[in-house]
Design a protein around this ligand. Structure first.
Ligand code: SF4
Length: 442
């Protein structure tokens, strides 16, 4: 039976959530929300009205950490009586720094999140002592199952956690631990739930989904996980989260080609267009391999959109290296480039490298790459003008409803159209609009 947790006024206790960071964090925040809900809490959007606030933090760059700190402080100032529970990658990386923030009650890292209610209840009884529960994630070898109900039209489905790659710049393997794949049975169980609830689009997420199955003894790979989702959830669309180029197997490309339900959209992190820098970054591919994969994808999968990530100003990146990157990205048919100025993360190899690049040079390089991204994004979207596309409608806001095409272009249309949130609808595209295109329902 559900335990109803009450505050002094004898109302149900209220919990509110603030999420920072990637799709894995979004999935996990939704799961923690579900844990609170099934433990008898009322979930509220207004953080000021909450008895408990959970902030799920990010630590991928120093800027993400700074943002996480700012949000924690802001929310404590806005609601001093609430129990403040900080979890996620920043909590895993810097528990001591967080515990120095006045008003933080509970700190949990990236594991053992099923115990969150226990910790919060403890903190409610005694707010004098902070509760700090951060496990050594590298010792964890099993995927943590969390109950989960998606919050949106697109359902994220987490199939993996952790990474074994240790790219020179990346803090994630230290914060998320080694690769832990979710069992096919548990993926199947969540898919059955999603199918029952009518989700039209499923997005496969994980820290390193291409490594799915590496920790299993049998030869299960991402392709098996994808087939399982298609078979059990039978989604209208299945989207793959970010995937390393070296892990785009021929089998996976074949599956994308042959099954209409898999979106013609991939996100392949490039990080640099200079082989010298890729090597220093410890990335397991060359620009030649990467370009060959892109040509193959473009040839085999019609209208595919290919997004990427780029780090500019990696230590020792010379003007020549950066020029090579610019030439490379210009030549590739990317639909969007996420540009990150290199951020030295303590504990990683790159943070100890000589010849760190100045903030000013990183900014100039980032702006140059962003300009190229903006023009590529526009070019890709412009190809849709005059065409009819299919979208799954998501959010209604300020007289517009928006949704994504299969190949990840955001489409807006007036709210007075026949298409409502959650619907699959056809839209005739008229022009470029905001971060996508505008059209009318047909
Ligand atoms: S593959 Fe590299 S960049 Fe990606 S999470 Fe692992 S270490 Fe980080």
């Amino acid at each position: 039976m559900e335990t109803i947790l009450l505050n002094e006024g004898n109302d149900k206790l209220k919990a509110a959530f603030y999420n920072l960071g990637c799709k894995v964090n979004q999935y996990e925040t939704e799961a923690i929300r579900k844990i609170f809900l099934t433990s008898g809490y009322e979930i509220v959007d207004e953080l000021n009205a909450a008895d408990v606030i959970v902030v799920n933090t990010c630590a991928v760059t120093s800027l993400s950490e700074q943002k996480s700190r700012q949000i924690i402080r802001r929310l404590i100032r806005a609601n001093q009586s609430a129990i403040m529970c900080v979890m996620g990658c920043y909590a895993q990386n810097s528990p001591q720094k967080i515990s120095e923030i006045d008003g933080v009650d509970v700190i949990i890292g990236t594991a053992d999140r099923m115990k969150i209610i226990e910790f919060v209840e403890e903190a409610r009884k005694n707010r004098e002592e902070k509760i700090l529960h951060v496990d050594d994630v590298k010792k964890i070898s099993v995927f943590e199952e969390l109950p989960h109900t998606p919050q949106r039209t697109r359902a994220f489905l987490k199939i993996e956690d952790g990474c074994n790659n240790f790219c020179a710049y990346c803090i994630i393997p230290y914060l998320r631990g080694r690769v832990r794949s979710r069992s096919l049975e548990n993926i199947r169980a969540e898919c059955l739930q999603l199918a029952g609830n009518g989700y039209r689009e499923i997005v496969l997420t994980g820290i390193h989904i291409g490594a799915y199955g590496q920790d299993f003894k049998n030869k299960i790979t991402l392709v098996d996980a994808v087939k399982m989702v298609l078979e059990t959830a039978n989604p209208y669309r299945l989207r793959l989260g970010s995937i390393e180029s070296a892990e785009m197997s021929d089998e996976l490309i074949e599956l994308m080609k042959s099954d209409e339900r898999i979106c013609n959209h991939v996100h392949l992190p490039l990080q640099s267009g200079s082989d010298e820098i890729l090597k220093a970054m410890r990335r397991p591919y060359t620009t030649k391999n990467f370009a060959a994969l892109i040509s193959k994808l473009v040839k085999e999968i019609p209208d595919i959109s290919i997004g990427t990530d780029l780090i500019v100003g990696f230590p020792n990146e010379t003007d020549k290296n950066f020029e090579e990157t610019i030439e490379f990205i210009k030549a590739q048919p990317f639909s969007k480039i996420h540009v990150f100025p290199f951020s030295a993360r303590e504990g990683t190899l790159a943070a100890t490298m000589p010849n760190q690049i100045s903030a000013q040079v990183k900014k100039i390089r980032a702006n140059q790459a962003l300009e190229i991204s903006a023009s590529k994004e526009k070019n890709f979207a412009e190809k849709l003008i005059g065409k009819t596309v299919e979208i799954i409608a998501e959010t209604e806001e300020n007289n517009f409803i928006d949704g994504l095409t299969k190949n990840y272009v955001r489409v807006y249309l007036p709210t007075n159209s026949e298409i409502k949130s959650g619907d699959v609808g056809k839209v005739k595209i008229e022009k470029i609009f905001r971060n996508g295109v505008l059209g009318n329902a047909i």
